[in-house]
Design a protein around this ligand. Structure first.
Ligand code: ADP
Length: 237
């Protein structure tokens, strides 16, 4: 029965990937066909269609990158590039990348980082990728609610650094909580992604000897907490 279950998971995964590939590919085909049929001569329409093709190609690229990351993480082939990193500096970089979106959506963002946080051995680029993912999800959960808040806090407890990303958005129903880290789990009310983001984040944090947890109250908001061990000399090599 274990083998059967694995086979089912594998089949579902392949079906999900195929489904996610089919929609953007069909759009690109339809847009190209319409251009070819004459729309290419109308500069306004052709500009818009080209932008939509680029958007769909970017989505496909994103999906392929996430699938590659997931594959490498699951087979232990993802090589991380560890550096001694000050946790507070991660927050600034991640928020900086999304500041424009936060302002455009009229959201308030607060960062609170304990100045005495220990440095940690981390793959800086990868952990920024995880943080950006969590903040992007918070922005998506708050779209259409100007004045809503995102709070990011970094604290150290018992040899662990915890980074909380909290929003006061729609929240996640209890029955969906165990599924948010599954590949392809997504709901239409939060963002336009394909549901791969959190599954990659989850495995990425495991690989960095840390983890990621979620707490949520439907209607009140969601807090994701990523954590990793604070710096220990034995990890320095
Ligand atoms: P994607 O890569 O498509 O953004 P994720 O794996 O990041 O997908 O998120 C999966 C799902 O988890 C979302 O579609 C949404 O249902 C739920 N989710 C994630 N973050 C939040 C949040 N901050 N508030 C409410 N729901 C969330």
């Amino acid at each position: 029965t274990d083998l059967r279950r694995l086979e089912l998971v594998r089949r579902e995964f392949v079906a999900n990937v195929s489904h996610e590939l089919r929609t953007p590919l069909a759009s690109i085909r339809a847009l190209a066909d319409t251009l070819e049929a004459g729309a290419i001569d109308d500069p306004e329409v052709s500009g818009d269609f080209l932008n939509r093709i680029v958007y769909e190609v970017d989505r496909l690229n994103g999906l392929v990158e996430e699938l590659l990351d997931l594959g490498r993480l699951e087979s232990g082939r993802l090589v991380l590039d560890y550096h001694r990193t000050a946790p507070a500096s991660l927050l600034g970089t991640a928020v900086g990348r999304l500041q424009e979106q936060i302002d455009a959506a009229g959201l308030t963002l607060e960062i609170e980082a304990d100045p005495k946080l220990s440095p940690a051995m981390l793959d800086t680029t990868r952990i920024e990728q995880v943080l950006i993912n969590l903040i992007q999800n918070a922005i998506d959960a708050l779209k259409g609610r100007p004045g809503a808040r995102i709070e990011i806090a970094a604290l150290e407890r018992d040899g662990r650094v915890n980074i909380h990303v909290a929003d006061n958005g729609c929240g996640i129903p209890a029955e969906n909580l165990p599924r948010v880290f599954d590949p392809f789990f997504t709901t239409k009310d939060v963002g336009e992604g394909m549901g791969m983001g959190l599954s990659v984040c989850y495995r990425m944090m495991q690989q960095m000897r840390g983890g990621i947890d979620v707490e949520s109250q439907p209607g009140a908001g969601t807090t994701f907490t990523l954590w990793f061990p604070s710096f220990t000399p034995s990890l320095e090599s």
